[in-house]
Write a protein that binds this ligand. Structure first.
Ligand SMILES: [Zn+2]
Length: 313
């Protein structure tokens, strides 16, 4: 978020002046991030196993009143909503002042609706969330089948990952096994078309407004990158469900995933930043260097990109 001190001050002042309005704004933002999941929802006979399981934990009962899209828009705009605020001095006059933003920036190339389209969908570090979407119909070109066990036997798309992520996953599974932890894949790659089918089936059943509270718009599921996979223990118990938290498998992943270039993409306590509730089973390949930095700093991919305001910093 490229918000400098002055706009932040003005934003803060505005929020204070709004007083009651402030609370509703903030709660609205928080609500929008707590609702929904990249997945679908449980108990849908049309959904396949991974969809059903993965979505179950992500359907908070209080989700319905929040209009997520508007709030996402509200959140992504503070950095750009200030064209009338002129800096007193151009930055060149202050060569010694440190920049507000450090580190990488998620480049974009246009918009689809309220969503910013990422310019680098093939980047191993691409940021996909409720603000940043893949280009429509994006499909990775190097999808392969990682040689690891899954909780199902069919050789289907959701076994696939991009090549580098697949190789890293094989090493991760081997490392876990050495520590006595037997892992299994639950759901990896998911195509734009598959997400579209799922999303549309929920719109048909529940209406679009409600569907958006628990199912990702096509293009905004990180599974479409081919860099994410849901993982469980080899028995498949608690696969992509809240009860996976605290299992030896979940603890092993939290401790060791970064050693193989993966991050726990939706950590506990970061729901208002990632937009997703805690998903200890959803790991995302970003490469060794970034994974280690994210783990050491205890941040999210959003914070790595400074893509959202980070309070307390
Ligand atoms: Zn997932």
């Amino acid at each position: 978020m490229s918000v400098e001190k002055r706009p932040y001050f003005i934003l803060f002042t505005s929020l204070v002046m709004l007083s009651a309005g402030c609370g509703s704004l903030l709660s609205g933002i928080t609500g929008s991030h707590n609702v929904g999941s990249e997945q679908t929802q449980p108990n849908d006979p049309a959904a396949d196993a991974d969809d059903a399981t993965e979505n179950e934990p992500s359907k908070p009962a209080d989700a319905a009143p929040e209009p997520p899209e508007r709030e996402n828009a509200a959140q992504e705009h503070p950095g750009t909503d200030k064209p009338d605020v002129k800096p007193e001095k151009p930055p060149v006059d202050k060569p010694n002042s440190p920049p507000e933003r450090e580190g990488p920036v998620q480049e974009t190339a246009g918009k689809i609706g309220d969503l910013m389209v990422v310019a680098n969908p093939d980047s191993l570090a691409v940021l996909i969330n409720k603000q940043y979407t893949l280009p429509e119909n994006y499909e990775p070109e190097d999808l392969v089948y990682p040689d690891v066990p899954f909780i199902f036997s069919e050789k289907v798309d959701k076994r696939k990952l991009r090549k580098e992520a697949a190789e890293a996953l094989e090493e991760l599974f081997a490392g876990a096994k050495e520590d006595g932890i037997e892992l299994a894949g639950v759901s990896g790659y998911r195509s734009y078309e598959r997400q579209k089918e799922l999303f549309e089936s929920y719109v048909k059943r529940d209406g679009e407004e409600k569907a958006r509270t628990y199912s990702a718009l096509p293009g905004t599921s990180e599974h479409q990158t081919g860099l994410s996979i849901d993982v469980s223990g080899s028995d498949g118990r608690c696969a992509a469900q809240d009860c996976f938290a605290g299992t030896p498998e979940a603890e092993w992943l939290a401790e060791h995933a970064a050693e193989y270039g993966f991050i726990i993409r939706y950590p506990e306590g970061k729901e208002d930043i990632t937009g997703y509730k805690y998903e200890p089973w959803h790991i995302r390949y970003v490469g060794l260097e970034i994974a280690k930095e994210i783990a050491e700093r205890n941040i999210t991919l959003e914070e790595y990109y400074q893509a959202v305001p980070v309070s307390g910093k």
